[in-house]
Design a protein around this ligand. Structure first.
Ligand SMILES: Cc1cc2nc3c(=O)[nH]c(=O)nc-3n(C[C@H](O)[C@H](O)[C@H](O)COP(=O)(O)O)c2cc1C
Length: 161
């Protein structure tokens, strides 16, 4: 199946997950293109049967480019096999769910075949001073943390492969 994985990332984790998904979907026969919304601002959706959209949560919100893109292309996205995922580091299950709920339009969430909360990473070496301060204060860490949820990635793939 012709597949596009469209993502936006700040420090690279959502991109990492996009390429994990791409590798596995390619192995199961999909023809996959990975698209960074920061570089390709208006990707064409024609020609893809399956679309996966991924973004990350910063201070409670997904990137506005992901939200705008999802809103703008709602009608055509609803005609595709659709997957939606977020990367985030919130550990409280209810709050993580709320972050996902707030990230995408209601009708796309309803239409999506796969929905994933994929965990995330704190990559201190890639953060600016302010980001490091926020992470130190909120997550109480002075070291990088690597916490991509591979089970969530597997569950997502089982639904959309
Ligand atoms: C400044 C900052 C604020 C963050 N705020 C949140 C947040 O509100 N909720 C959350 O679940 N994760 C939060 N995170 C964690 C990110 O979602 C996590 O680092 C994710 O892996 C980032 O993915 P990216 O590198 O693809 O942008 C925050 C991270 C940083 C650096």
């Amino acid at each position: 199946m012709k597949t596009a994985i469209i993502f936006k990332t700040k420090h690279g984790t959502t991109e990492k997950v996009a390429y994990m998904l791409a590798k596995r979907l390619t192995e199961t026969g999909d023809e996959v293109r990975v698209i960074d919304l920061a570089k390709t601002k208006q990707p064409h959706l024609n020609g893809y049967e399956k679309i996966i959209i991924g973004g990350s949560i910063h201070v409670g919100k997904i990137q506005k480019e992901i939200r705008t893109f999802s809103d703008k292309h709602k009608a055509s996205l609803k005609a595709k096999t659709l997957g939606l995922y977020i990367c985030c580091m919130e550990t409280d299950e209810k709050k993580r769910q709320k972050e996902f709920e707030d990230a995408f339009p209601a009708d796309l969430k309803k239409h999506a075949l796969a929905k994933g909360i994929m965990g995330g990473e704190f990559l201190l070496e890639k953060m600016n001073f302010i980001e490091r301060l926020v992470v130190r204060k909120v997550a109480h860490t002075r070291e990088s943390v690597y916490d991509i949820d591979m089970d969530a990635v597997d569950r997502f793939l089982k639904k959309i492969a």
